[in-house]
Ligand binder design. Sequence first.
Ligand code: SF4
Length: 389
Amino acid sequence: MKNLEEFINDKGNRKNSAKTKFDLLIYGVKDAPELFAKYTQEFKEEHYAFDNGNWGIDKNRLTPTELLLPGGIVSKLHIRPDSPLRLVESEGTLLICNNGRILSEFKFLPRPNFWKKTMKNGENPKRYAQMYGLNCLNFSLYSGCEFQDSGNGCKFCSVKATVDKGNPIQVKKSPDKLAEICQMAMDNDFLNYIIVTGGSYIDSDHEFDMHIETIKAIKDHLPWNGRIKGNISMMPPKNTERLKELYDNGVDNPSFNMEVWPHSAFKHFCPGKEKYVGFDHVVDSLKKLTEYYGPGKVWSNFVAGLVPLEDMMDGFRFMAENGIIPGANIYHAEVKSIIGNSTGVIDKNYISRLYSYAAELYSKYNYKPFFDASVLRNSLANEFYEGLL
Ligand code: SF4
């Protein structure tokens, strides 16, 4: 049987892995309590620091957060009771099946090594950060959202319900603790990228200050000579001149995520972003960032499946024409989000056409999708761009 490295290097199976990831992201998988209990020691578990797409699952029971597919493609795992997909074990091999038909072999991703260490004050580092996919360190400065607190949260988001007292999560994280975490992760794991997200504050200047303070604190505790190799995601400050601070502090790919397009949909799905920041201000801020960064560095992410395809394509085209790389996660229902019980499975044809269009735009403008297929676990942008789908 292949070890983890051989499995990742099995490039001949990448096409089939991409196809399987497509199914995993559209349908999720059925719960597999016995399998998860058997392999509890071997997988990186979901730790509910921000979102929760696991329906009918007690958050205290450990479930894997992702699946690793042959060739190093990583898919997020969403547990849904009505999924046709199952995880089974046959003669020591782990398999993803659809109604008895084998789609692919898989492996669990192991826990990051820094999770096995202890912070200086005795705390568990898992309270602060996780690893996305194979090698992307991830944390949010605030595992909460004041927009949600004020009743104006994005309709697809579940952060307030997900992060509750039962979770071992530090809700607000100080720059010095995050610097310690980065150092621990760098010392114990291979890091290829980082993602820092905000949560959102009604006072976006405060949110921006927190980000800049954190970036300054962590950048020398990461392996990229002071660069932040990856994505800082937030809402923009009021004064767009301040955006230069992101560039000056070595952030490779800042993003303000539009989520949906056009303005009317933004107002509907993201009432807090509209009320406290504003669609026009987000768009202007993205454009302002490109004055410092040039084209093809600034990102904006969307949720694929919430608005008509033509609207999403308009949004993607607008971004690409303005020097901004558009990307999208495939919508999945979040437990206790406003639309979680009402918006079902997203049409595969919609997803294919959207990512094919994105791949066309990337080629036309010489852009690259975000990260890579071993990290971007809720998206197929890399798989379509690579021609695997
Ligand atoms: S701004 Fe929207 S997506 Fe971000 S944490 Fe708040 S509700 Fe969730």
